[in-house]
Design a binder for this molecule. Structure first.
Ligand SMILES: [Zn+2]
Ligand SMILES: [Zn+2]
Length: 141
């Protein structure tokens, strides 16, 4: 059963069931990252030294938990990540020779272009007895 938290100030929170004064937050979300990868051409065939470029989207489901503060922020105590799913969105080869000898993932340089969090779900519970509460959305600090 979910009880609505009367005050937004969790610092004054007192659990009616166990008298605890701390709230725990658990959060589940999907992290979507976009990467621009570059493979170096070192044979001199290309002017800018780029053998290939690649755009990837990496999707990871994450679970985090921590302690909620009075201002709705929380301190991260732990995190679990599921296996990342990778989709290649674009792939351009400028130097086939270098690409053939160096396309092993080890030689790619990765640059994260952006990262967004989607499908976030929140759960807040008493740190003492685990009773569930509803509160406004929290942010990690
Ligand atoms: Zn080359
Ligand atoms: Zn409690």
């Amino acid at each position: 059963m979910t009880k609505t938290l009367e005050t937004t100030d969790a610092g004054f929170f007192t659990c009616p069931a166990c008298d605890a004064h701390a709230l725990e937050v658990a959060r589940r979300y999907t992290l979507v990252q976009h990467f621009d990868d570059t493979l170096i051409c070192d044979c001199g065939a290309t002017e800018d030294g780029t053998a290939a470029t690649r755009q990837r989207r990496v999707t990871t489901v994450r679970r985090e938990w921590g302690t909620l503060h009075a201002d709705q922020h929380y301190t991260l105590a732990g995190r679990e990540c599921a296996d990342a799913q990778t989709a290649v969105l674009a792939y351009t080869i400028f130097c086939p020779a270098c690409h053939e000898t160096a396309a092993d993932a080890y030689f790619w340089a990765f640059a994260e272009r952006d990262a967004t969090e989607e499908d976030a779900e929140w759960a807040v519970q008493c740190a003492g007895c685990g009773r569930a509460y509803e509160t406004a959305q929290q942010e990690e600090v």
